[in-house]
Ligand binder design. Structure first.
Ligand code: PMP
Length: 359
């Protein structure tokens, strides 16, 4: 029986990449050493780091005037790094609240500045993205922060906010590399690795040159983007193994045809699943149609007492990690780049059968 992993992260990785890791792990390119044992200062690892960055730049068409930094910390660390580096003496920043993860960034931002929640969908129970006409942006804010894919609530921005001259900062963790993105519209993009990039233990930021200024006094040295850029992400020992695997994932995406091809397959997978949910009276998705994430599909059984049976039977059918996040309950199918169409079809066929038996 084939098995599929619908976890939100750490998430499923391309099988080809796992096999390649397995094959190359004991002896990296004839060095007689595993990539995990290479010094981060060795020419071999320097080559890996450069190639990984170049592949990422090619995939996203990152403009020349943006720098890429690889960080040991998870995406959460950027909630502190952003104010510490971007406030530059300003005391105000705008945040958009669209769900759990954007709220976590808000809470952290409040430690450093006056957070203006310029828009929120809390009253709509995080089911729809507030229209930009309702946003109350502060033209003097140091930056505008938003999360372009809410992993838990299942909302995705299919448009880039227009915030004038104020730098736009985005948490793209859970839909990074799922489709082409115009990096030039952002001041700073960040993402944690354990969804579409690779194993956990790494995050990355893409920062426009003019925003790279010395951070606030007292900033821990590892949290200074400016220094990280100057040290080529090697202020200390970087997560070498994770960076190597991320590089293999980038090459895998290139072999699939790049981000435009990834987008087509992601559209197909998510459409199949949402069409099925909409056609069923047994399951429901509460996110407004136009804002439904192609990566994270939360849904509920109309009869919650069946949740545990559903999860148990799904596991027995090789469909794993479908439990929704504890704050929202229900189910969630995360269908990142590495989830195959076959996986989504297997899930739908199980769900249809479950509905026939229990509906
Ligand atoms: N932002 C988003 C959108 C996420 O989904 C997550 C984790 N799932 C985080 C931030 C936090 O990431 P980390 O655990 O890497 O700090």
């Amino acid at each position: 029986m084939r098995s599929f992993n619908f976890s939100a992260g750490p998430a499923t990785l391309p099988t080809e990449v796992i096999t390649q890791v397995q094959q190359e792990l004991p002896d990296w390119r004839g060095t007689g050493m595993s990539v995990m044992e290479l010094s981060h200062r060795s020419p071999e690892f320097a080559g890996i780091l450069i190639e990984t960055e170049l592949d990422l730049r090619e995939l996203l068409a990152i403009p020349e005037h943006y720098r890429v930094v690889f960080c040991q910390e998870g995406a959460s660390a950027h909630w502190d790094m952003i104010p510490l580096n971007l406030l530059q003496g300003n005391t105000r920043a705008d945040y958009i609240e669209t769900g759990y993860w954007s709220y976590r960034a808000i809470e952290e931002g409040r430690r450093y500045c006056n957070v203006n929640i310029a828009a929120s969908n809390r009253v709509d129970q995080f089911c729809a993205i507030p229209d930009q006409s309702e946003w109350r942006l502060d033209p003097k804010a140091a930056y505008v922060h938003y999360c372009s894919n809410e992993t838990i609530d299942g909302l995705e921005f299919f448009w880039v906010p227009d915030v004038g001259k104020v730098p736009l900062v985005v948490d793209m963790s859970s839909h990074f590399l799922s489709r082409p993105m115009d990096i030039s519209k952002f001041g700073l993009v960040y993402a944690g690795a354990q969804k579409n990039i690779g194993p956990a233990g790494l995050s990355l930021a893409i920062i426009r040159d003019d925003l790279l200024k010395p951070s606030a006094p007292g900033t821990p040295f590892l949290m200074d983007y400016h220094s990280q850029v100057h040290a080529h992400s090697m202020l200390n020992t970087p997560p070498t193994f994770t960076i190597w695997v991320a590089g293999l994932v980038f090459k895998w995406i290139k072999r699939q045809g790049g981000l435009a091809a990834m987008e087509q397959i992601n559209i197909e997978k998510s459409r199949l699943l949402y069409d099925f949910l909409d056609s069923s009276g047994f399951y429901r998705s509460q996110v407004k149609h136009q804002d439904r994430s192609r990566m994270n599909v939360p849904f509920h059984l109309r009869e919650p007492s069946l949740d545990e049976v559903f999860l148990k039977e799904a596991d027995a059918h090789g469909l794993h990690q479908l439990r929704g996040h504890r704050v929202v309950g229900g189910m969630r199918a995360s269908i990142y780049n590495a989830m195959s169409l076959a996986g989504v079809k297997a899930l739908i066929s199980f769900m249809a059968d479950f509905e026939r038996r229990y509906g």
